[in-house]
Every structure is written in C-alpha cells, then in structure tokens.
Ligand binder design. Structure first.
Ligand code: CA
Length: 229
C-alpha cells in the first residue's frame, strides 16, 4: 500500500470501473464520486493526495469545482480529464488551478504516469504536510510554529512573508496569480496593489538567498509566481 489517496470525480461508469480497478491494483486508495457537487464535498471533507477531475460532470462542472476548491485553499494536485480536446477548455482548466490534463480516451497507463509525475512534484506537500513540515532544498517550513529554517537554523521572516511563502509552497508547481496572493495572503489587509506582492516576493527571495537567481520562487511572465520545491 502506498498510502496515497486518490479522489476520482467522473460520471462515466466505464471509466470509474476500469480506472478504479487499475488504481487500486497499483496500490492507491481510491474514492469515487459521480457528480460535481458530491465530488467537491468529498474533496473538502477528507484529505486526498491527488484529485482526478472530469470536466464535463452533472451537477457542477469540473471547472467550477476546481475554481471553488482552489479558492478555498485546496492544495493537492488536480489532474483534469476532458472529453473535449478543445484548447480553450484546457487553458481554462489550467487557469482555474488544474495542474495537468489528459484528453479522453486515454490509456490508463499514461494516466498513472502523469499522476505519479504530479505526486512527485508535490512531494514536499504530500509527505511534508502530515508532520506540519514542508521541506525544500536546505529549507524547512515549520507550519506549527510559523517558522522558516535553513539547515535547522531560523531564518528571519515577518508574518506576511511567512504566510506568502507557505501559500506558495503548499501549491508546488502551480502558477499562482498576484491577485490570488493578494486575496488569500493579505485578504482585507491588502491595499489591492499587485506591486505589494512583488515587493514581498523580492524580499522573500533575498531571505532565501536567491535574489539574483530565483530557484524556489519563479516568476511566470504575465501570470504570477510558481513555487518549485
Ligand atoms: Ca463526463
């Protein structure tokens, strides 16, 4: 048993059956929901390591589910399954916080490989999150104490810088917009200026010793920032 839990939200019985079996055979714990509303509820009620999300779902479409979950801080990777191979859906899905997508019909072996790649990428979250620690490079985020450590020694960060770093680190590999950061990290305290985010990111990078050459906090031109563990 890998002790990795997968939430599959998909309304096609055939896919649920074959994929469910395949994932279980590969050692994953699988929970299946067949519509958007109960899928979203399941994602909120239990901890999952990855979400496989069909876009075209009854009740609530996959894009809305993705947007709602990300808006509330759902941090696990989301792999979207789409019947429509339209570029627009893919772009919309990735904008709403999806990490990757797979057009149907797909080979389950390919899906497993994509899934494993996403899980590897978010390992800092998946394995670090359970003991309250997120580790990347020489750094540790101690989430219980709200502290940043480098090789076990405290690095001075203020509360806002810590919150910003934690928000990004909980979403490895995902592009997070400045607007989302303002909403989620600053909330009502924010001045609404995305420049504020940039200034804090610059400060954080210098705290991490990567002011010259960003390693963990990457800029994605025109879109925001992406954390690389
Ligand atoms: Ca469907």
């Amino acid at each position: 048993m890998k002790d990795i839990s997968v939430l599959l939200v998909e309304d096609e019985p055939g896919i649920c059956l074959t994929l469910g079996d395949r994932l279980a055979a590969a050692g994953y714990r699988v929970t299946v929901r067949n519509d958007g509303v109960s899928g979203e509820a399941a994602a909120r009620s239990e901890r999952f390591d990855i979400l496989l999300l069909d876009l075209n779902l009854p009740g609530r479409d996959g894009l809305s589910v993705c947007r709602n979950l990300r808006g509330d801080g759902f941090a696990a990777p989301i792999l979207m399954l789409t019947a429509r191979d339209g570029d627009e859906d893919v772009v919309a899905g990735l904008r709403e916080g999806g990490d990757d997508y797979l057009p149907k019909p797909f080979d389950p072996a390919v899906l497993l490989a994509r899934m494993e790649a996403l899980l590897r990428r978010s390992r800092a979250l998946v394995w670090g999150g359970r003991d309250g620690m997120i580790r990347f490079g020489p750094f540790t985020l101690d989430r219980d104490r709200g502290a940043l450590l480098r090789d076990g020694r405290p690095v001075e960060v203020n509360a806002r810088e810590y919150a910003l770093l934690e928000y990004l680190a909980l979403r490895p590999g995902r592009v997070v917009s400045r607007r989302e950061l303002l909403d989620r990290v600053w909330g009502r305290d924010g001045d609404g200026r995305t420049r504020t985010v940039d200034m804090h990111v610059a400060k954080l990078r210098s705290r991490l010793g990567e002011a010259e050459e960003p390693r963990h906090i990457r800029t994605v031109h025109g879109r925001g920032y992406r954390f690389e563990p």
